[in-house]
Design a protein around this ligand. Sequence first.
Ligand code: 5GP
Ligand code: MG
Length: 185
Amino acid sequence: MKGEKDYNLDVVINQREIEQRVIELGEIISQDYASSESPPVIVAVLRGSVYFVVDLTRQLSVPFHLDFMGISSYGGSSDPFGVVRITKDLEVNIYGRDVLLVENIVDTGLTLNYLLKNLYTRRPSSIRVCAFIDMKARRLIDVPIDYKGFELPDLFVVGYGLDYQECYRNLNEIASLKVKPKEKN
Ligand code: 5GP
Ligand code: MG
């Protein structure tokens, strides 16, 4: 039918599950950083992680600094080497600081691997990674994830910051997006 969407959205993580898990992550992370000598620097990766990092940091009971790093993949998100271009660098100097890198999804792991390598050259005291979604089945390179929200199988998901062509970031749930097979006339 004309104007009908040629794809389906199926909720795979609902709003309540997200809220509950974010509270749990906030508690665990607060405990782990409670004895830090100086506030950790929370580095959120633009743009998809914004929704998650806002909710997560509101659950923290420890002081922290919040900063952002903007990246875009060379040649689209499927760059085989995971080389990303930094479109916005940190404003905080992370030398000697504890860093918590917040990502919304770790898929092949190439982006996270590149980001970690980049951040380690700045000689922080530590880096931990918090990823809202871990898509382990798609991993091409081993990357450390210290805190994870959910593990999902190989799906293309949108919502809670994740987009499809810049749409659906504002969904309050995570949904898988499937292209419908074309109907025969
Ligand atoms: P990587 O494959 O390097 O681990 O992930 C690169 C980027 O691809 C992620 O930061 C995210 O922006 C995007 N990506 C990977 N899997 C998905 C997915 O299922 N849905 C959406 N919307 N983006 C994804
Ligand atoms: Mg991203």
